[in-house]
Each structure stands twice: as structure tokens, then as C-alpha cells.
Design a protein around this ligand. Structure first.
Ligand code: ZN
Length: 245
């Protein structure tokens, strides 16, 4: 049996699949990893700031105009559509086999594909709150703002995306739910993440199930613990799996 067939059989046998994904899950939807995108940004705009600086809490507070220039041009991709990975995961959830998608992405593509149990470790571009009056705003209102820094129409406060910036804590409830999901899974599929960023690496140590599968283009520190490694593009792999289920 080849690797793909093995994964198909494990998916068929599993009643509690959890998917843990990173930036590589969305690259086939046209969303680049922001680190490579930021490199492009620095080249094109001669920005003196690396992305880790621009995407930090302190930078957001001191230079919101530059933050939103970067955020709007590189972090928001309203035209992006779900790819084969998002679609398969949503279908597996509909079938009752997949219990949670845990993602480091902020693009909302899993929900767009139909997934409901999505744990967004780094937040979402689709949720925004006024920093002064806490009113909620969707992505549309951020995009509709003609000001460089989007402001609350009610009070003039800055609309802050519910995206976890550097220097900010991850949401405790999301972390706990992620640990619970991973600990209860019998098949853990890890896709499109190098597993070098915390808490990704430590979260997956809670897995006690039968099989761990890695779908990633590059080697990860977790490779030696995986039961199966597929190095093709994740969207293409999952499209082929969907055809065989
Ligand atoms: Zn407000």
C-alpha cells in the first residue's frame, strides 16, 4: 500500500480526527507565508522593519499607520478561496469523523469551506474590536475604511484586528480546547507547518492516539515521531484523498 492509500485507510478507520495546520495549508489558496511576503515587502518598499517588529503589540500601539499598511497589503487576502485541504477537512467534519481543526492561520478559509470546529490559535482577520468602546467589526468594515488606520464610526477608537500579535498572549480558552482535542484524537494530521513555532511543537505532545501524519514540504523536528510523512502539496494530496473516500 502506498502512503496515500495508507492515509486513506486510516481516515476511513478513524472516528476522531484532529487536524493541526499552519501557513502551508493556505499557500495553494494564494496566501503566502507572511515571512516570505514580508521579505518581498521589505525589498519593494524599502521598509526598515522586519515583520516580527511590524506585527508586534508595541509597534501596533506606536505606529498603527505603518502596521495597517503592512497588514492590509500582506495579511488580508479577501479574494482567497479554500483549496482541497480546507474542503476535505470540512467534509470529514460533516461526516462526524473530524472533531477539530486547529490552525495557526488567520485567514478564515476553514470556515469558508464549511468547517465549524475551528480553533484559531493566532486569531482571525474576520474579527475586529474597537480599542476604546469594544464594539465588534467584521473584515468588511476594516476594508471599507478609507483612513490609513481604520477607526470606529461610533467613538473614533482604533479598530484592532483580533489577531495575536508578537508580545501578546494566546487565547487561553483556545489553547485549552486545542489540548483537549489533540488528547482525545485517534488520528492527528499535521499539515503545512514547520512545527518550529510555539505552541505548535508543545501542543502535539498531548497526542495519545494511534497515528500521526505529517503533510509538509520540508522536514520538521517531529519527523522521527510521525507514523507517515507525505511531502507533496497538502491541497493536492487532500483532493486526491477526497476522491478515494
Ligand atoms: Zn468605538
Amino acid at each position: 500500500m502506498d502512503q496515500l492509500q495508507t492515509l486513506v485507510s486510516w481516515i476511513k478507520d478513524s472516528g476522531n480526527i484532529v487536524f493541526f495546520g499552519g501557513a502551508g495549508t493556505s499557500t495553494e489558496s494564494g496566501i503566502p507565508d507572511f515571512r516570505s511576503a514580508a521579505g518581498l515587502y521589505q525589498t519593494q518598499h524599502n521598509s526598515p522593519y522586519p515583520p516580527e517588529v511590524m506585527l508586534s503589540r508595541s509597534f501596533f500601539m506606536s505606529c498603527p499607520d505603518i502596521f495597517f499598511d503592512f497588514y492590509r497589503s500582506k495579511m488580508i487576502h479577501p479574494e482567497a478561496k479554500p483549496n482541497g485541504a480546507h474542503l476535505l477537512l470540512a467534509e470529514l467534519e460533516r461526516q462526524g469523523k473530524l472533531k477539530a481543526v486547529i490552525t495557526q492561520n488567520i485567514d478564515g478559509l476553514h470556515q469558508l469551506a464549511g468547517s465549524r470546529q475551528v480553533l484559531e490559535l493566532h486569531g482571525s482577520i474576520h474579527r475586529n474590536h474597537c480599542m476604546d468602546c469594544s464594539r465588534y467589526y467584521g473584515l468588511e468594515q476594516v476594508l471599507a475604511s478609507t483612513d490609513r488606520v481604520p477607526r470606529c464610526p461610533e467613538c473614533g477608537g482604533i479598530m484592532k484586528p483580533d489577531v495575536v500579535l508578537y508580545e501578546e498572549e494566546l487565547d487561553h480558552d483556545v489553547l485549552v480546547a486545542s489540548v483537549t482535542a489533540i488528547a482525545g484524537a485517534d488520528l492527528l494530521i499535521i499539515g503545512g507547518t514547520s512545527l518550529t513555532v510555539q505552541p505548535a511543537a508543545s501542543l502535539i505532545t498531548y497526542f495519545r492516539g494511534r497515528h500521526t501524519v505529517l503533510l509538509n514540504g520540508d522536514p520538521t523536528p517531529y519527523d522521527h515521531q510521525a507514523d507517515l510523512i507525505l511531502t507533496d502539496r497538502i491541497g493536492a494530496v487532500m483532493s486526491r484523498i477526497q476522491e478515494q473516500l
